[in-house]
Design a binder for this molecule. Structure first.
Ligand SMILES: [Zn+2]
Length: 344
C-alpha cells in the first residue's frame, strides 16, 4: 500500500508526507492506534516512499512523498527482503521481543545502507520489548546512526517504557472502530443481513445463517494461515537447524491462533453492532443512530418482525457467544448453540 491508498487515515498520512517534503523526518516515530496491522501498513508506506526508485509524487525540491508500490525496492520491502529495511516482531513463545533480536538489529542498522537511501527498522508491537531489550534499544534511540530511522508501533502505548516514548515523535492513528469493522466485514455483514431479512425463517433459516458465519470463518482462517506462513522464516531458510525449525513452527502456529481469534472476535463484534441496530429499530430509533446506516432496509425488515424484547434477547445471545468464544469452548459448538437461538 502507498500513502494514497489509505482511505481512513488521510490526515496522518498527509502529515508524514509533509514531513518528507520538508526534509523533516524524525529519527524515531511511535505510531499508536487500535489496529497493529494498519500501523504496520502505514510504517511500510513510509519506508517504501524513502527508498522507492520510481516515486509517483515529488515535492518541489524533488523529494519523494509517496511510493509507487510496484518497483523492485517497494516489492522487496513488501516481501521483507529489502536488505536495509528491518522488521522486528515478537517471536519467542512468550510473545516478547528479546534482547537477542535487538542486538541483531543493532548490528545491521549501524552498517551503511547497502541499496536504499536510508536504513529503517520497524518495531512491530514495541510494548512487547522485554525490559533488557528496551534498555538495549534506548541507546540506539538516543544516538540513531546517520541515514537511519526507527518506527515503533504499539496498540498499547501505556506499556511502552516512558524513556522510549519520550524519545519518539508520537503519531496517533486511531481510526473509527466502526469504520474499520465496516471496511473488513461490511461486505459479509450485508450478505448476512440480507439473508436474515429474507422470508426464509425457522430452523432452516437459522442453519443457513450459521453456515454463512462458518464459511466466513474458514476463509479468515486460511487467509491468516497464508499471510503468516509467508512471513515466517520457515519459508526462507530451508536448511536451518531442526530445533530452530521446530521453534519457528511452534511460533507460527501460536501466531496463527492468536491472529485468527482476534479476527473472529471482530467478526462477531460486527454482528453485535448490527443486532444492536435491529434492536434500536424495534424501538423506532432513527437511521442516524445506526452503526450500519447503509443496511437500513435489511435492518428495518428484520426489526419489523420482532418485538423489542426478542431483539434485546438476540443481542444478549450474541454477546454470550462472544464471551464463550473467548474461553476454550469448541468454536462450532459455541456458534451452533448461539445461532440456533437467534430470532430473526
Ligand atoms: Zn517504488
Amino acid at each position: 500500500m502507498a500513502f494514497s491508498d489509505f482511505s481512513e487515515q488521510q490526515q496522518a498520512a498527509q502529515l508524514l508526507q509533509r514531513s518528507l517534503a520538508r526534509g523533516r523526518l524524525a529519527h524515531a516515530y511511535l505510531f499508536t492506534g487500535s489496529d497493529l496491522a494498519e500501523l504496520e501498513k502505514m510504517a511500510t508506506a513510509l519506508v517504501k516512499t524513502i527508498n522507492c526508485v520510481a516515486p509517483p509524487q515529488l515535492s518541489p525540491e524533488g523529494v519523494a512523498t509517496d511510493s509507487c508500490d510496484r518497483c523492485a525496492s517497494c516489492l522487496r520491502i513488501d516481501r521483507y527482503e529489502h536488505p536495509d529495511i528491518h522488521f522486528v516482531r515478537p517471536e519467542s513463545k512468550s510473545r516478547v521481543i528479546t534482547i537477542e533480536q535487538v542486538r541483531d538489529l543493532m548490528q545491521t542498522i549501524y552498517l551503511k545502507p547497502s541499496e536504499g537511501r536510508m536504513k529503517a527498522a520497524v518495531i512491530v508491537a514495541a510494548d512487547r520489548l522485554n525490559p533488557q531489550a528496551a534498555n538495549a534499544f534506548l541507546k540506539t534511540l538516543e544516538e540513531p546512526p546517520s541515514n537511519s530511522f526507527l518506527v515503533l508501533l504499539s496498540t498499547d502505548p501505556q506499556r511502552v517504557l516512558e524513556t522510549i516514548v519520550s524519545r519518539c515523535l508520537r503519531l496517533n492513528f486511531e481510526s473509527d472502530p466502526l469504520a474499520r469493522l465496516n471496511r473488513i466485514h461490511g461486505g459479509w455483514l450485508r450478505e448476512f443481513a440480507a439473508l436474515a431479512a429474507s422470508p426464509q425463517k425457522g430452523l432452516f433459516g437459522r442453519y443457513r445463517l450459521l453456515d454463512l458465519i462458518i464459511s466466513r470463518l474458514a476463509g479468515i482462517k486460511s487467509d491468516t494461515e497464508a499471510s503468516l506462513t509467508e512471513r515466517s522464516p520457515l519459508q526462507r531458510y530451508d536448511d536451518a537447524d531442526p530445533r530452530l525449525r521446530q521453534r519457528w513452527e511452534d511460533e507460527l502456529a501460536a501466531a496463527i491462533e492468536a491472529e485468527y481469534r482476534r479476527e473472529r472476535s471482530d467478526l462477531v463484534l460486527s454482528l453485535q453492532w448490527w443486532l444492536r441496530d435491529v434492536w434500536l429499530r424495534t424501538l423506532a430509533c432513527g437511521a442516524e443512530v445506526l452503526a450500519f446506516p447503509d443496511l437500513e432496509v435489511q435492518t428495518g425488515s428484520v426489526a419489523g418482525r420482532l418485538a423489542p424484547a426478542d431483539s434485546l434477547q438476540n443481542l444478549e445471545t450474541i454477546e454470550h457467544a462472544q464471551r464463550l468464544l473467548g474461553t476454550n469452548v469448541q468454536e462450532a459448538l459455541a456458534l451452533e448453540v448461539s445461532f440456533l437461538k437467534l430470532r430473526l
